[in-house]
Design a protein around this ligand. Structure first.
Ligand SMILES: CSCCC(=O)C(=O)COP(=O)(O)O
Ligand SMILES: [Zn+2]
Length: 207
């Protein structure tokens, strides 16, 4: 496991910012270290030019353990990262971004899950069946983020998601993986799938 994952997080953030998925201060990225704690982007940082001081390290229970800049506050959405790491012991990185398409697709369903198209890209999210019926969990965008985190934790303890990703309605996607590199792949694959869903709807393709 990487001892200090901040370089990978800064690189991913730069890339997602350039793709328009972390516009301004939107989104947050984290990765764990050996003792189970995780480095996460500090709240309100411009995501196109993060430096190593723009992070904090917090414990799985949310205690602030390290802050290179004393003014840093943990991401406002730290509780969601805590929920993911608590639910999935193998998760080493958790990335949350805000694309236009991720918000749009959550308006295509009323319920708590978004049907995904049976396309090849699902293999990158761990689904290897032929013509799979796969759903991505969708959560309500409560103003109080810990409430979203609690609902994620409750639902994932009842039912393991089919893909390592979740949507928050009109907000964005959160993915997790067993490495920072794999989390970057998961964001790119999820975003590709959202673009496909938006495009399919425009031309009337149903799945
Ligand atoms: C302008 S984005 C609003 C907050 C949010 O949803 C987000 O992802 C960034 O919050 P953070 O506290 O991590 O900067
Ligand atoms: Zn967000």
């Amino acid at each position: 496991m990487n001892t200090d994952p901040r370089e990978s997080l800064m690189e991913a953030s730069r890339q997602f910012y350039q793709l328009g998925w972390m516009a301004g201060t939107a989104g947050n990225l984290s990765a764990r270290v050996e003792d189970g704690s995780f480095w996460i982007t500090a709240s309100g940082k411009q995501k196109g030019k993060l430096v190593a001081d723009d992070f904090v390290r917090v414990s799985l229970t949310g205690e602030l353990l390290e802050t290179p800049n004393p003014e840093n506050k943990p991401s406002a959405e730290t509780s969601i990262h805590q929920a993911i790491y608590s639910c999935f012991a193998d998760a080493r990185a958790c990335y949350h971004v805000h694309s236009v398409e991720a918000k749009l697709v959550t308006n295509f369903v009323e319920g708590e899950k978004l049907p995904l198209p049976p396309i090849e890209m699902l293999k990158g999210l761990g689904v290897w069946e032929e013509n799979p019926q796969v759903f991505m969990p969708v959560f309500h965008n409560h103003l109080q983020v810990p409430k979203i985190a609690q609902e994620i934790s409750d639902r994932f303890h009842r039912e393991t998601p089919q893909v390592p990703a979740l949507l928050i309605r009109n907000h964005g996607v959160t993915v997790w993986a067993n490495s920072a590199a794999e989390a970057e792949n998961h964001v790119e694959l999820a975003e590709y799938i959202f673009r496909y869903i938006v495009a399919a709807r425009q031309v009337g393709i149903k799945f």
